[in-house]
Write a protein that binds this ligand. Sequence first.
Ligand SMILES: Cc1cc2nc3c(=O)[nH]c(=O)nc-3n(C[C@H](O)[C@H](O)[C@H](O)COP(=O)(O)OP(=O)(O)OC[C@H]3O[C@@H](n4cnc5c(N)ncnc54)[C@H](O)[C@@H]3O)c2cc1C
Ligand code: FES
Length: 256
Amino acid sequence: MNGYKSLKIVDKKEWGDNYFSLFLKDKEISEIVFPGNFFMVKIPYFESGAILPRPFSIARVFKEENVFELFFQVVGKGTEVFSKLKEGDYLEILGPLGNKFPIKTEKKIIMVAGGRGISPFLYLSEILKREKKDFLLIYGGKSEKDIKFRHYLSSYNTLFITEDGSYGEKGLVTDFLPKGAFTVFSCGPEIMMEKVYEFYKKTNSEVFVSLEERMACGTGVCYGCAKKIRRGDKIEMVRVCQEGPVFNAKEVVWDE
Ligand SMILES: Cc1cc2nc3c(=O)[nH]c(=O)nc-3n(C[C@H](O)[C@H](O)[C@H](O)COP(=O)(O)OP(=O)(O)OC[C@H]3O[C@@H](n4cnc5c(N)ncnc54)[C@H](O)[C@@H]3O)c2cc1C
Ligand code: FES
């Protein structure tokens, strides 16, 4: 990671319902990036009034083409600008940054994603399958509009859930968590990740969550992403961009 790189958008996908993917080409990034890692992405024009770069997880990697994908939902000014970019435009990006999901485990891996929190589990599913690990991906959203990558995920062990039952099983992801001792990864709304942790905390499972803190620099300088983390008896302010974004859920101070 040597400062911002200017990368060409080689493809774009509009998923509908305010979800988009941008595909960027870079050999080095495609080789080293791992699920959990994220990028800071500069907003290309300032008329939007949004100035600070925005963080996005690695979604998928197409190693043979040296292409990687960022998947995002439009929630404000920055993501709106990104959604209007076209193939051939350039993006300034920094990364990969941050830590990785710890996949060295003998236990079965359960991944729990809510909405756009599916991002890191796309490439991770591919890696886990390649490494012949036993895993289940539980992917939920409010309605079928929030469930993307259906074709891609049909190659992996995925349980789809929607709150209104319009796609897959009806309910909340937390209604479908299997009982037992697992290594659990979760990404999505904080309340969902907290409930996942609550469900497993009295079992012999370990839960890791990817925290979506607001970030300004992504490199440990501004302290904009500081979050309270439990270390033994102490509570420390930790920079999510430096020590995270993936944390053991038992360290997270949830009642903020
Ligand atoms: C490590 C990391 C990885 C991420 N990966 C992805 C990804 O793969 N795909 C994706 O769609 N999004 C991802 N996000 C969230 C993404 O960065 C924000 O949605 C984006 O910065 C919003 O920018 P904006 O200018 O569109 O919204 P803003 O105009 O800045 O904000 C719009 C609304 O969203 C809220 N908001 C903005 N940022 C966050 C945040 N980080 N956490 C909670 N609420 C927020 C604001 O409070 C406001 O209500 C990630 C965040 C982090 C920290
Ligand atoms: S975003 Fe600046 S220190 Fe983490």
